[in-house]
Design a binder for this molecule. Structure first.
Ligand code: ZN
Length: 138
């Protein structure tokens, strides 16, 4: 079995952590774009649910972000991240049900222990969860 490798710059890990802490106790979410498979830009997205238990991106903001990534820059959607403030960094049943980007990574960050955030990456294909190996680059 091949394991997907999720490459992510340390600065993006810091940004995801920072964003998640700022939105705590609500879930935070965002998108990472890549150029030729190399992460190049991070978009903080608004969680319109403003909830500690779920997240939902604003359709208009999502549309504009997607347009910026695909049309304006010719990048691709590399990863979707969101935080879990009360549970493990593992996709929930809802996350799996709503996973609509088979080619993208799903990054989960858990703030269950706020002092020690845990970040994990997954591919979600046909309702199957496959954990990715994370390589953090300087
Ligand atoms: Zn979730």
């Amino acid at each position: 079995m091949t394991i997907s490798v999720l490459t992510i710059p340390q600065s993006f890990v810091d940004e995801i952590t920072q964003h998640s802490l700022e939105d705590y106790p609500n879930e935070a979410c965002g998108i990472i774009a890549a150029e030729s498979g190399k992460p190049c830009n991070l978009y903080r997205m608004r969680n319109v649910e403003a909830s500690p238990y779920r997240y939902s991106m604003d359709p208009k903001e999502l549309y504009l972000t997607y347009k910026d990534i695909e049309q304006d820059h010719n990048w691709e959607v590399y990863a979707i991240y969101h935080s879990h403030t009360h549970s493990e960094a593992y996709p929930s049943a809802t996350d799996v049900r709503l996973a609509t980007w088979p080619e993208a990574f799903y990054i989960l960050i858990s703030l269950k222990d706020k002092k020690n955030p845990v970040l994990r990456g997954f591919k979600i294909l046909d309702s199957k969860i496959e954990e990715a190996e994370i390589v953090i680059e300087e």
